[in-house]
Structures are given as C-alpha cells and as structure tokens.
Design a protein around this ligand. Structure first.
Ligand code: FAS
Ligand code: PHB
Length: 395
C-alpha cells in the first residue's frame, strides 16, 4: 500500500491529524494496535481549551461537542476547608473551557473517519517504522497472519507514551526529560449527578481530590493515592468514603454516590522528548510528551501538536515549502514546555508530597492564599488553565 502520510496510533492525536489532512486532500492511513472498542474504553481527559475546540470545528467534528459539551466559566479551589471560585471568564477577559470527555471526542473523530471511508487498520501487531531518514519511509505491521507494508512520504508518530515510534529513535538522536511524582490518581466514573455544577480542585490534609464531570448525570472523580496502590484494593465504598473525607461539609451533603462504571489508577509524570522530528518521522501528542493531568493539558497539547503538524504538511504539499516541517519541533516544544510548567506547578500546589514536611504544607497554603486573594495571582492561574494563545511567545 502507498499513502502520503502514515499515522501510527489511532487515539485523539492520530485521528485528529487524519481528519485535518483529509480536509486538505492529503491521503493518510492510520495504523492502530488496539480495536476501536478498546480505544474508546480508555477513560481519560475531560477539559478542552478553546484552541482545541476551534481545531475540532476546523476538522468538521465539533457539532456534538457544542450540543452535549458543558461550557465552564470557572472552577472551585477547596483548601483549608474553604472554597474559592476561580472566575475564568472575568480573569481572562471572557474565555472559558469546554467539559467534553476524550471518549466522546474520539468517538466523533472515529465516526467522521468511517463516514468519509478513510483507511484505518485496527488490531495491527508488530508495527514498525523504517527508513524515516530517507525520502522513502515505510511502516510495516502484521495482521491476519500476514506482514503488510505501507510506503509513504512521512510518518506521524501518534502512538502515545508506550508506542513504538519514539522507542525506534536511536538514543544518540534523542533527549528525554522526565520527572516522576510520588503518587498516582485513582479515577472513578459513575452515572451519578456531579457534586457541583463546576469542577472542584481539592487540596486537603488527606491528599488531592478532583470533582469533575462528563454530563449532568455522569461524574468523574479523582483521588491522590500512593503510587504503590492497586485499583483492586479500592472498593466503591472505600472510594466514596475517602472522597467525602477530602470534601467540605457542603460537598459531603451534596455528594451522590453510586456504582462505578470505570475505575483506574494513572501514574503521574512530566516527560518531554527533544526534538520531536527525526527526518520524515514526526512525534505528536503523548508519543512526545506527558503531563500530570492536574492542569488538564495532556489532550490539549496533543491537539496543538497536531495543529502545527497538519499545517506544516499541508504547506509542504500545497506550497512545496519545507519551512513548516523544518520548524515543527521548535514550534511545538515552545508550547509543550509552557504546558509542562503549568501542569507541574499546579500539581506541586495541590498535592501532598511525602517529603514536604510542615514547612511545605505552610508554603502551599501561603501560595493558595495569595492566588485566591490576588487578582494578578488568579490571572496567572486562569490564563494558563484556559490555554495560552497559539502564538504565545512563539518568537
Ligand atoms: P493516546 O495514548 O491517547 O493514543 C495513542 C494510540 O496509539 C493508542 O490508541 C494506542 O493504542 C496506539 N498505539 C500505541 N502503541 C502502538 C503501536 N506500536 N502501533 C500502533 N498503535 C499504537 N489528559 C488530560 O488532559 N486529563 C486527564 O484526566 C487525563 N487522564 C489520563 C489518564 C491516563 C491513564 C492516561 C494514559 C492519559 C491521561 N491524559 C489525560 C492524557 C491523555 O488524555 C492524553 O493526553 C491523550 O490521550 C493524548 O492523545 P494521543 O497523543 O493520541 O495518545
Ligand atoms: C477530567 O474530567 O478527567 C479532568 C478534568 C480536569 C483535570 C483533569 C481531569 O484537570
């Protein structure tokens, strides 16, 4: 098989790239290791920046997001037993975020790809990338007992943190930056009404908690847990009890519990690969970087990588210019590192760190007090949360 762009990975980054290239008349094939149902079963992100929403509209898949998504103009910070609302709309001159689950966004992209009759290879095994330093890169994979080969002009590595693309780069050609946090997030999805109409970020003496949502009838909750915890050890009752202990009285009274429909523990790490381009192989999304989910940046950074990559490839094919692809890595990393910084900073602010001691607790409380009582302080939190403009500090 021959195509212009071979996309390894059919998660949000791969699917969004495929959709944007298709709209520009550029052929692409997606090679995905898992089945569609498995991809959809992974419960992950929940908050979209305006830049990501605009991209979904540009890709022609934003209709359901606007119909079913929940536009949020603020969120609550709960610490030292008191709530403080961060008024995003006021602090950013009218901006907001959209609460719309990654599962739904992925479903919209899958449906659009199927409707357009675009080629996606699911349940592909032994995927491998070849000759990406030449003008004739290739992707091979096994399916139905046979080895298949796709020759292409470019390979997009959208295969996530555990994918094959970054792993295929010689260590001498790549630099990886990593910080692993001493805790994880135990997440639960339940068909119960959210405890509040906006998200609540909790810094409590027992640890971080986040009250999020997917709709008026479906809630998403997270608890900071030791990285040694196993999800099997957490019954639904134990989860609800611990969440109650981290909430204030209002939250305890308004919390509606019910059976979990998904429960999982995600490790927290900050991770960046430099560069993000290797000849005719480009890394995008989690294949290139990971953020602790505190700042809701993971999916949004993947979306802006794809914006830069699709623009560069369209420019290459339509204007015969390599300027965009030559600039891809530098342009992405300028935005990625600012997202990494915010996610790290917000994680440091809201979680209990085993080695922080009483001094660390006091410093956290002082920073929270400052942020919640300073317009300037709250503005820095708000402008990063809604997402920095695409061209922010890009020169
Ligand atoms: P993805 O990992 O989503 O997709 C990569 C795809 O490549 C997968 O479908 C995988 O099956 C496929 N693949 C892997 N290896 C392959 C191979 N060798 N060949 C072919 N295909 C291969 N972000 C937030 O903003 N908020 C959150 O709360 C949040 N929670 C998260 C929880 C977890 C457990 C994880 C892992 C991530 C979470 N994230 C969160 C971040 C997440 O949303 C990512 O940013 C987002 O999925 C990025 O999308 P992709 O880059 O497409 O990577
Ligand atoms: C989620 O709903 O999954 C979510 C929301 C906000 C975050 C992280 C995760 O900061």
């Amino acid at each position: 098989m021959r195509t212009q762009v071979a996309i390894v990975g059919g998660g949000p980054a791969g699917l969004l790239l495929g959709q944007l290239l298709h709209k520009a008349g550029i052929d692409a094939v997606i090679i995905e290791r898992q089945t569609p149902d498995y991809v959809l079963s992974r419960i992950r992100a929940g908050v979209l920046e305006q830049v990501s929403m605009d991209l979904l509209d540009e890709a022609g898949v934003g209709v359901r997001m606007h119909q079913e998504g929940l536009r949020h103009t603020g969120f609550e910070m709960l610490y030292a037993g008191a709530r403080h609302r961060v008024d995003l709309n006021h602090l950013t001159g009218g901006k907001s975020v959209m609460v719309y689950g990654q599962t739904e966004l992925t479903r919209d992209l899958m449906d659009a790809r199927t409707k357009a009759g675009l080629p996606t290879v699911y349940a592909a095994s032994d995927v491998a990338v070849h000759d990406y330093d030449s003008k004739n890169p290739r992707v091979t994979y096994r399916k139905d007992g046979k080895t298949h080969e796709i020759s292409c002009d470019f390979i997009a590595g959208c295969d996530g943190f555990h994918g094959v693309c970054r792993a295929s780069i010689p260590r001498s050609a790549i630099t990886e930056f990593e910080k692993v946090y001493p805790f994880g997030w135990l997440g639960m999805l339940s068909d119960t009404p959210p405890v509040h109409d906006e998200l609540i970020y909790v810094n409590s003496a027992r640890g971080f908690a986040l009250c999020s949502q997917r709709s008026q009838t479906r809630s998403r909750y997270y608890l900071q847990v030791p990285m040694t915890d196993k999800v099997e050890a957490w019954s639904d009752a134990a989860f609800w009890q611990e969440l109650r202990l981290r909430l204030d009285q209002q939250g305890q009274e308004q919390l509606v519990t019910g059976p979990s429909i998904e429960k999982s523990i995600a490790p927290l790490r900050s991770f960046v690969t430099e560069p993000m381009r290797f000849g005719r192989l480009f890394l995008a999304g989690d294949a290139a970087h990971i953020v602790p989910p505190t700042g809701a940046k993971g999916l949004n950074l993947a979306a802006t990588d794809v914006k830069y990559l699709s623009t560069a490839l369209i420019e290459y094919y339509q204007e015969k210019s390599a300027a965009g692809i030559d600039d891809y890595s530098v342009r992405c990393l300028k935005r990625v590192w600012k997202g990494e910084r915010f996610a790290w900073w917000f994680t440091q602010l809201m979680h209990n760190f085993p080695d922080a001691g009483e001094m660390g607790v006091r410093l956290q409380e002082a920073e929270l007090d400052y942020l919640m009582h300073s317009e300037a302080g709250a503005e820095t939190l708000a402008e990063n949360y809604v997402g920095l403009p695409l061209d922010f500090a890009s020169h």
